[in-house]
Design a binder for this molecule. Structure first.
Ligand SMILES: NC(=O)C1=CN([C@@H]2O[C@H](COP(=O)(O)OP(=O)(O)OC[C@H]3O[C@@H](n4cnc5c(N)ncnc54)[C@H](OP(=O)(O)O)[C@@H]3O)[C@@H](O)[C@H]2O)C=CC1
Ligand SMILES: O=C(O)[C@@H]1CCC=N1
Length: 266
């Protein structure tokens, strides 16, 4: 729970910014009156927050009240988006960057000595069921990030900023990798004779079932063992999947995402 009386600025209200707004308001992490949203265009989530008391694009002087600035803009535009507001911020404001690739050193080149924390969440923060990697050199900044993200995500502290790129691949991007796998499963189901709708519903249901299993907290190896009857269909499928290069596929996806994060930061 975020307990500071001072507001939080959300810079950028796109897919991730909107998901965060929804999650914070749904979980009561933050009273809407404490939220300031800076967005160039109208967004449904921002309008819903405005109706509950959030300030959308207020006069610049208001920004000095904030305790935290959340950067939820694209890595390619953060400098032009931050430049005009940096001077208006309090000297002690915590910079909470959700951006892939952009390092603390670059952030400090714009925000000076203000403490920086990097957080890499998934969009399931909207449902209060995300996961988020957290890295900072500053204890207070890390604590501020935990106050904002613990209510909407399983937060995983990283000891080294260099690990954020790996976390971006394995958390931020990975839900899309998994959705793509489920789509491939549905296509394979169609190839095995199911019609498109049945294949899609069955594959999505399998994803939901896997998620429900994962949410019990049981080790994934136990969950696999519970489904795979000795000598049965699952064992046969798992063996074929491994032989077809499942590990290599995951490795390729993670390595490509890590490389892209590094390129985005340059
Ligand atoms: N989507 C995801 O799952 C995740 C994303 N991230 C990170 O979050 C960040 C945002 O990604 P995502 O939400 O997907 O991107 P989006 O493009 O959906 O959102 C970015 C938003 O930034 C807004 N914006 C652009 N310029 C400004 C400005 N000057 N001031 C304020 N807002 C501005 C855009 O406004 P407009 O719509 O009006 O153009 C847009 O809505 C990225 O850095 C990404 O690395 C991290 C983890 C997961
Ligand atoms: O695709 C991206 O670059 C962002 C970062 C992690 C998820 N979405």
């Amino acid at each position: 729970m975020y307990t500071s009386d001072r507001p939080v600025i959300l810079l950028g209200c796109g897919r991730l910014g909107s998901a965060l707004l929804e999650g914070w308001l749904a979980t009561g992490t933050l009273a809407a009156e404490r939220l300031i949203v800076l967005t160039p265009s109208n967004k449904t989530a921002a309008e819903a927050a405005r109706e509950r008391g959030a300030r959308i694009n207020p006069p610049e002087a208001v920004l000095a009240e904030a305790a935290s600035l959340i950067l939820a803009v694209k890595p390619g535009v953060w400098r032009e988006a931050s430049g005009p507001i940096a001077a208006a911020l309090a000297e002690d404001v915590t910079i909470v960057s959700l951006m892939a690739g952009v390092g603390a050193h670059s952030l400090s080149s714009v925000f000076g000595k203000r403490p920086v924390v990097r957080v890499m969440p998934t969009t399931a923060v909207a449902q209060g069921r995300g996961v988020a990697a957290v890295w900072s050199n500053h204890d207070n900044a890390r604590a501020a990030a935990h106050a904002l993200f613990d209510p909407v995500a399983d937060t995983v502290d990283l000891t080294d900023e260099g690990l954020i790129d790996a976390a971006t691949a394995v958390a931020g991007s990975a839900p899309a990798f998994i959705h793509a796998y489920v789509e491939a499963l549905a296509r394979a189901g169609q190839a095995a004779g199911l019609d498109a709708e049945a294949a899609s519903r069955l594959a999505r249901g399998a994803l939901r079932s896997a998620g429900a299993g994962a949410e019990t907290g049981a080790p994934l190896s136990d969950l696999i063992a519970r489904i795979a009857s000795p000598g049965g269909t699952t064992e046969a499928g798992l063996k074929a999947q491994a032989e077809a290069g499942l590990d290599a596929t995951a490795m390729a996806a993670v390595q490509a995402a890590v490389a892209r994060a590094k390129a985005l930061g340059n």
